[in-house]
Design a protein around this ligand. Structure first.
Ligand code: HEM
Length: 365
């Protein structure tokens, strides 16, 4: 279902939104350059990816809507916190009363109700016959059409739509933002790679005022940088799965219906699969056919198999456009007194692996 809604045809149909938002955003960063203001890349990038996803998913642009914007961000942050939180009942079901005692259960219920109300408002707005349709089709429109056309072998309900809406908001914003921050972190720590990738991009961009999606397709080294970032800083390090039958893994019997975590972080650093696995070395992908489309099990940033990330192409399209234009427009420097060795790669706990301390950099046009 999600792969239907996030198909590659749909990815191209949202390209004008991505372009508009990235252009506006580059202008904001240019203002930091002219006023010599340091840029908090974590904050700036997260704000851009959430704007892109909100517009694609339900046609809303929060840029100038102060109160609504902060309502959305509060909901979203609490939702992320709950998704990454530890619930005793997930691991020891008969001790579930502890979750009630320590308030986790009540907190989960509260955010569930608030999110449900928010989703219902969005859906009602989309079902309003007087709604302004000039903004174009978004994902909620597509889901409502599918519901009305009865396109599936089961009845698509409003609850299904709410669940998919939440999946897309949660899965689409954070992953793209975290990856872009990690790419910039890796590049500022590796000036050789930064120079090489900027030379390539600027050569291909020439005198253009914006690097388009088609231009980026020609940037071979840039693509290798993106792959190396997704290898070394995989944004979803532990991919949860449920076994659908009993199986034996390295002599251990795993019963059916057990939650198992595929450790992509460790797989991406396996010395049997990767030479110098801890080194950020994009050249390893030049002339190699290893990709992240789920066919090479040593590289699985989007998972693999039937549940592979359905938003992979949507995510890559945004990632490419954001990172390539950041590198095309600006030269990046560390704040005064800081050395590249001072930039840490500590991570925040959670489903998506964010850089713990924000990346602050100076930029120059
Ligand atoms: C760099 C960007 C992204 C990365 C690294 C990423 C990674 C992943 C991974 C590892 C999974 C689990 C796959 C599995 O179980 O095998 C997943 C699931 C998912 N992703 Fe992404 N993702 C990204 C971007 C996006 C975007 C932009 C969207 C939506 C617009 C999205 C929507 C989803 C959804 C809905 C699921 C759940 C699918 C299911 O439960 O079957 N992702 N993603």
């Amino acid at each position: 279902m999600c792969s239907h809604v996030l198909s590659s045809r749909r990815v191209s149909s949202f390209s004008s939104i991505r372009k508009f938002e990235v252009k506006q955003w580059i202008k904001k960063i240019s203002s930091h350059a002219s006023s010599k203001k340091v840029t908090n890349l974590n904050e700036m990038i997260l704000s851009l990816t959430s704007t892109i996803i909100c517009r694609i998913a339900y046609g809303r642009r929060y840029e100038d809507e102060g109160v609504e914007r902060s309502r959305f961000h509060d909901l979203f942050n609490e939702c992320q916190a709950m998704l990454g939180a530890f619930f005793v009942s997930d691991y020891i079901p008969f001790l579930g009363w502890i979750d009630r005692l320590n308030g986790m259960h009540a907190r989960l219920n509260k955010i569930f109700k608030e999110l449900d109300k928010f989703y219902q408002e969005v859906i009602d707005e989309h079902m309003d016959p007087n709604r302004d349709s000039s903004k174009g089709e978004d994902i909620i429109d597509v889901l409502l059409q599918l519901k009305n056309q009865r396109s599936f072998s089961f009845d698509l309900t409003i609850n299904h739509i709410k669940a998919m809406f939440m999946d897309i908001l949660v899965a689409g914003t954070d992953t793209t933002a975290a990856t872009t921050v990690w790419a910039m972190t890796a590049l500022i720590k590796n000036p050789r790679v930064m120079k090489k990738v900027q030379d390539e991009i600027r050569n291909i961009g020439g005198q253009k005022d914006f690097l388009e999606e088609e231009d980026i397709e020609k940037c071979i080294y840039f693509k290798a940088v993106m792959k190396e970032t997704l290898r070394l800083h995989v944004p979803v390090p532990l991919v949860p799965k449920e076994t659908n039958k009993t199986c034996i893994i390295q002599g251990y019997k795993i019963p059916s219906k057990t939650i198992v975590y595929v450790n992509a972080w460790a797989i991406h650093r396996d010395p049997e699969a990767w030479k110098d696995p801890y080194e950020f070395y994009p050249e390893r992908f030049l002339g190699s056919d290893i990709d992240f489309l789920g066919q090479h099990f040593e590289m699985i940033p989007f998972g693999a198999g039937r549940r592979i990330c359905p938003g992979m192409h949507m995510g890559l399209a945004s990632l490419d456009l954001i990172l390539a234009n950041l590198l095309y427009y600006f030269d990046w420097e560390l704040p005064e007194g800081m050395k590249k060795e001072d930039i840490d790669i500590q991570m925040l706990p959670g489903i998506t692996q964010h850089k713990k301390n924000p990346l602050y950099l100076y930029c120059q046009n």
